[in-house]
Design a binder for this molecule. Structure first.
Ligand SMILES: [Zn+2]
Length: 100
């Protein structure tokens, strides 16, 4: 059940979450720590995160102009709000990225 499998990391969209929005991000990280969602690696930069109601969301993490971006396909993510899916995936992503 991999949606958006052919999504390119260079896609242009205004739905992205800039991880430098630190206040909102801190909240999302807090929620991620509370909920501890299951994050599955689809490929480097693409993660499947289980939501609080059991659904799965796809989070794409990448860097653009030196800014780390996590793009989630949930409703909050589409409204440009940092969600805990993106926070959880971003945490895993930076862990994996630092090992490469
Ligand atoms: Zn989300």
């Amino acid at each position: 059940m991999v949606r958006k499998a052919n999504l390119t990391l260079e896609k242009e969209t205004d739905k992205m979450i800039e991880l430098r929005n630190e206040q909102q991000l801190a909240k999302a990280i807090e929620r991620a720590k509370e909920i501890k969602p299951r994050v599955k690696v689809i490929t480097f930069g693409q993660y499947q995160v289980q939501g609080s109601t059991g659904g799965f969301y796809i989070v794409t993490c990448f860097k653009r102009n030196g800014i780390r971006i996590a793009d989630c396909d949930c409703i909050a993510g589409m409204r440009n709000k940092p969600c805990f899916h993106a926070a959880a995936a971003a945490g895993l992503h930076s862990g994996i990225a630092s090992m490469r």
